[in-house]
Design a protein around this ligand. Structure first.
Ligand code: ADP
Length: 588
């Protein structure tokens, strides 16, 4: 290259036209172009030279056929930093980085320009201060129009550093963005072309949808939809909406490569170029299956908690109820206890009173019986006439005294009897008692009375095998009382029937009459001591109202009972139930 520097600018003088030269460095130095003839052409040449020299945005300079710089404009000075006097006459390779010079690149450029007329390149160039700039370079070969001889080169250089930096920044930013998008795994982010075909695919899309980029790019995005949605042309409608409104958003079911479905949040955004033309769609999909599941779990948890809470509440209420109930029961138990104590006390008092009453009755009866027996005895003596003859009238009066005495004695005996039972003083001599014998004995006793009252006494002969385990005297006392009552309360012409039977472990004797009957509401109370129904209807002097009370007490004391059924005006039926004797009745 040093040889090139030796060349003189004069050898390519014709190129000096329009360019500042070593002798014509000033942009305003048009008047120094001596060769320029007059006329329009001359003026145009001057204007052109002025234009070139004053352009500041482009470095415009001429080279001789060897690459030596012949001219230098204001733009060249601004871009490269050299003044005309510093650079004119130097070889243009001074602007190239060492490595390009070593490769012979400057010469290559010139050769190419000489061969093809023009060479364009972009690359790093060096300023005077050693700094680099990114240049767009156009080298045009200049030839003599007539001979075609190479006269030199015009070189126009533009500083594209800023543009390149901007492009680089953009590229880097796009690259970063692309890497960012590609590496996002939680979202499927991909592009569709205007027809809905997949054109990009990120890691999230692969993870969520299951396709690898090479499998899916070029495929239509409708394959991510369930069959029903595809049949309903949902994918197409979504793109239409996105096209019309800019975006389409929804949550819905989507299908993975393996055919499983997932709940997705989907955003489709229309992508337009600066001219507003639709270039495709950006699609962002998020798999919400987990969120949906966790929402469902949260809901389920909430439900369970609510149910547990309700159950706990119910249990608490129940517990409270039970506590209340227990408290009430305790209170009631206490009350019952108190009542029981009071009742016991009352019964104790009653027992004491009863005992006192029985003792009083026993004592009184005993005291009354002695004078009564004396009355009876002396009236008998008088009636027998042992103390002298008596008149018929006296005999009649004595018999009345005797009857009253007998009646009174009967009453007193009843009272004594009853009070003894009450006081628990009776002794029971149990034996196997033939019912036939007992009934025979009693029926004979009442027969005269029945006959004189004009009644029929119908006593069924009892099976002789029937026997009761009782105190015979007390059994006869019971039966006698029932028969006497029947005779007493049955009007003339009536019938009294007596039957006997054994059933299971019981022996039953029934005394039925066709008498007055007993009102329903009195059926229980007639067994109470001193109770008599419609006393005025009966003979006033008859009975004490103790007979049934005594009879039932005796029956119960011997593990039996007396019951009654009756219809007023038709008659009554009393039933004595007693324990059956286990061995056979004796035949007396
Ligand atoms: P008393 O016969 O001494 O009055 P009871 O105790 O034997 O006492 O009878 C009580 C009452 O029962 C009688 O007064 C009578 O009103 C009623 N009574 C008892 N047996 C009969 C009967 N067979 N028919 C109708 N009433 C009867």
């Amino acid at each position: 290259m040093p040889d090139k520097k030796k060349r003189t600018p004069e050898s390519v003088e014709p190129l000096g036209s329009g360019f500042p030269t070593r002798s014509d460095a000033s942009p305003a130095g048009g008047e120094t172009v001596a060769k320029a003839p007059g006329g329009i052409a001359h003026e145009t040449g001057d204007l052109h030279r002025l234009l070139v020299s004053s352009v500041r945005d482009y470095a415009i300079f001429a080279l001789d056929p060897h690459g030596v710089i012949l001219s230098w404009n204001a733009g060249a000075e601004r871009i490269k930093g050299y003044k005309p006097e510093e650079i004119i006459g130097k070889h243009f390779s001074i602007f190239y980085p060492q490595e390009l010079v070593a490769e012979g690149f400057p010469e290559f450029e010139l050769r190419t320009a000489a061969n093809t007329g023009r060479f364009e390149d972009e690359g790093w160039r060096i300023r005077k201060d050693g700094s680099r700039f990114w240049a767009n370079v156009i080298i045009t070969a200049l030839r003599d129009p007539q001979s075609g001889k190479l006269l030199g080169y015009a070189k126009v250089t533009r500083d594209l550093t800023e543009r390149r930096e901007a492009e680089e920044a953009l590229r880097e930013s796009e690259e970063r963005f692309r890497l960012l998008v590609e590496s996002v795994r939680d979202y499927a982010i991909f592009m569709l072309d205007p027809d809905g075909r997949v054109s990009t695919w990120n890691a999230g899309a692969e993870r969520i949808n299951g396709y690898r980029a090479r499998e899916i790019i070029g495929q239509h995005f409708s394959r991510f939809y369930p069959d029903a949605d595809r049949a309903a042309e949902k994918p197409r409608r979504e793109l239409e909406i996105a096209t019309a409104t800019g975006k389409y958003e929804e949550e819905g079911w989507r299908v993975r490569k393996d055919g499983t479905v997932f709940w997705a949040a989907v955003l489709i955004a229309a992508v337009r170029n600066p001219r507003g033309e639709l270039v495709g769609f950006a699609k962002v999909t998020r798999d919400l299956t987990e969120r949906r599941a966790s929402e469902a779990r949260a809901l389920e948890d909430a439900r369970r908690v609510a149910a547990e809470e309700a159950a706990r509440h119910a249990a608490e209420e129940r517990e409270q109820e039970l506590r209340d109930l227990a408290t009430r029961l305790q209170r009631q138990a206490k009350e019952l206890d108190e009542q029981r104590l009071r009742a016991e006390e009352a019964r104790h008092l009653a027992d004491e009173a009863n005992l006192a009453k029985s003792q009083f009755l026993a004592a009184m009866s005993h005291e009354l019986r002695t004078p009564l027996n004396a009355i009876g005895g002396y009236s008998d003596l008088l009636a027998m006439g042992l103390s002298g003859p008596i008149t018929t009238q006296q005999e009649e009066q004595l018999s009345r005294i005797k009857r009253s005495q007998t009646h009174l004695l009967g009453i007193i005996n009843d009272i004594l009897n009853f009070s003894r039972i009450e006081a628990g003083q009776l002794v029971y001599n149990y034996a196997t008692v033939s019912m036939r014998q007992a009934i025979d004995a009693v029926s004979h006793m009442v027969l005269p009375q029945a006959v004189s009252n004009g009644l029929t006494l119908d006593v069924e002969r009892c099976d002789k095998s029937i026997a009761a385990h009782v105190d015979r005297a007390k059994l006869e006392q019971i039966l006698l009382n029932l028969l006497s009552n029947a005779v007493k309360f049955t009007a003339k012409g009536g019938t009294i029937t007596m039957t006997c039977e054994a059933r299971d472990a019981r022996v039953m004797v029934r005394v039925r009459d066709t008498g007055s009957g007993i009102p329903e509401d009195k059926l229980q109370s007639i067994f109470e001591p001193f109770v008599q129904v419609g006393r005025s209807l009966t003979a006033p002097a008859e009975g004490t109202g103790l007979g049934l009370a005594i009879s039932r007490d005796l029956a119960r004391a011997m593990c039996g009972d007396i019951t009654v059924t009756s219809t007023v005006g038709e008659g009554s039926e009393f039933t004595v139930t007693l324990p059956k004797a286990t061995d056979e009745a004796t035949k007396d």
